[in-house]
Design a protein around this ligand. Sequence first.
Ligand SMILES: Cc1cc2nc3c(=O)[nH]c(=O)nc-3n(C[C@H](O)[C@H](O)[C@H](O)COP(=O)(O)OP(=O)(O)OC[C@H]3O[C@@H](n4cnc5c(N)ncnc54)[C@H](O)[C@@H]3O)c2cc1C
Ligand SMILES: *[C@@H]1O[C@H](CO)[C@@H](O)[C@H](O)[C@H]1NC(C)=O
Ligand SMILES: *[C@@H]1O[C@H](CO)[C@@H](O)[C@H](O)[C@H]1NC(C)=O
Length: 507
Amino acid sequence: MTTIQTESFAEYILVEHRWIVVMVALLPLSALWKVWSIFRNYVVFKLNSAPKMHDKKVKEVQKQIKAWLSGDRSTRLCTARPAWQAMSFRQGIYKKTFTNIKVNLVDVLEVDTENMTVRCEPLVTMGQLSRTLEPLGLALAAVPELDQLTVGGLVMGTGVESSSHIYGLFQHFCTQYELVLADGSVVTCSKDENPDLFYAVPWSYGTLGFLTSAVIKVVPAKKYIRLEYHPYNKLSELSQQFREESLKEKPHQFIEALLYTKESGVLMTGDMADEIGDDGKYNPIGKWHSEWFFTQVQRHLHNNRSAVEYIPLRDYYHRHSRSLFWELQDIIPFGNNPIFRYLLGWLMPPEVSLLKLTQPEAVARLYDKAHVIQDMLVPVEHLEKSIEVFHKEIEVYPIWLCPFKVFNNPGQLKIKTKADWQMFVDVGVYGVPKAKGYETVSSTRAIEAFVSQHDGFQMLYADTYTTHEEFRRMFDHTLYDKVRDSLPHCKEAFPEIYGKVNRNVRK
Ligand SMILES: Cc1cc2nc3c(=O)[nH]c(=O)nc-3n(C[C@H](O)[C@H](O)[C@H](O)COP(=O)(O)OP(=O)(O)OC[C@H]3O[C@@H](n4cnc5c(N)ncnc54)[C@H](O)[C@@H]3O)c2cc1C
Ligand SMILES: *[C@@H]1O[C@H](CO)[C@@H](O)[C@H](O)[C@H]1NC(C)=O
Ligand SMILES: *[C@@H]1O[C@H](CO)[C@@H](O)[C@H](O)[C@H]1NC(C)=O
């Protein structure tokens, strides 16, 4: 941190003693915001007022696009949601130069228990959705972890969680999208209706149209997750078991692993349960005073033996939320101290959006220089090799490992097999790199090259340093180009995906 030049005393306090700001301003504000939105969403859902409002709100979106159409169309279009509100730490510089379209659609529209789907507006968050579905005995097929991730971002980017080895990525359990296109028209698409558009929307990052609703599959849920912890001290053994578990004919419902060093980690397998069995202890990890989940898991590694626990459903789904995986340890260093947890733990985590809003330029620069946030997606057989490469180039621990299926659908994620699906693993690295010689651009490029050579993909929320050609090789643009050519005004209104995610082009 000392390498950062701070420009004023205020900035010095903000950078060097961020926790002060976090404590006196952010945490109380976050808590108030949370209470208000839970209350508001509950009332709206109970009154069932959102479905009636939906069409009117979609018309609002159309109206703004029509205004752009009738102008000189010298600017492009993007959502008006400011970059600080999104989860990604990237700075969306284009927000300043593009015409901002307000897509103020924030509600759960309908839960269909016959077809087992839920229809949502794009700004519905994962926390809001799991809170709405749980009392109905339901859950999304996979629940992307952090409370504040939105349906829109997960459809346009992607989402993955510990049941994705069964249900796939977020796009694989969405059955329909409703969009407003650049010509101002409203279309719905599914695998049977406008299939080209349906398959091109995921990973298009808002470059085909504005999402106004999505229909997503739900599954029956039980009260608890019975979670097994299996520690390993050899990467080869952990990798092999991880692969075997994810490829089993009848796998556990949830699979995830955390690596704490290159050779050691804990593999977790879970299944839903109606009640707490006598083979394990009850552990409500989501309590305000609970220890952060990733340090609890690490204890199983130190104990060096397998264990079983029963965890309440929502506590499990959002197990990494209170510590933002392990990002919070860099922002509130004593956040996991029991005294802090018992006194102020109920305020955690601070809203990421508020953190970013108060984040001065210096912190943004710090994140640029000395902080990695990347999810790389590789076929599961390359897991061990990937860890070795990540260790050499970056060296950040813990590493998050989550298996998922990529179904053989048309679209940007083209897999190199004729089978119905291929098993992948998400290798998530979040933190301060310790590798000797780490340098953001060259190290990230080395990883990107490795991932590309091994038929993998990079998540779009993180910075990409690939060239345009490399990016188009990683993601198959055949269908995407065809759809963009066929939609009126699409290319005028939106840049290519690369234009939004590459650092240099984005400006
Ligand atoms: C700290 C952190 C933790 C994360 N944790 C997880 C995790 O646990 N699981 C997981 O799966 N992923 C995770 N991600 C990645 C996440 O999947 C992406 O960031 C994803 O895009 C969702 O982000 P968001 O809801 O903030 O969407 P945004 O960043 O707001 O949206 C992403 C893009 O989608 C487009 N978009 C959004 N809404 C619309 C709309 N209505 N119409 C048209 N285009 C739209 C926009 O172009 C926007 O740039 C994490 C990311 C970070 C930074
Ligand atoms: C279930 O889906 C079918 C076919 O898509 C549809 O006709 C039916 O109305 C749906 N059921 C409900 C309760 O909406
Ligand atoms: C962990 O336990 C296994 C036996 O179950 C033993 O072989 C191994 O040496 C132990 N590892 C450590 C680091 O204690």
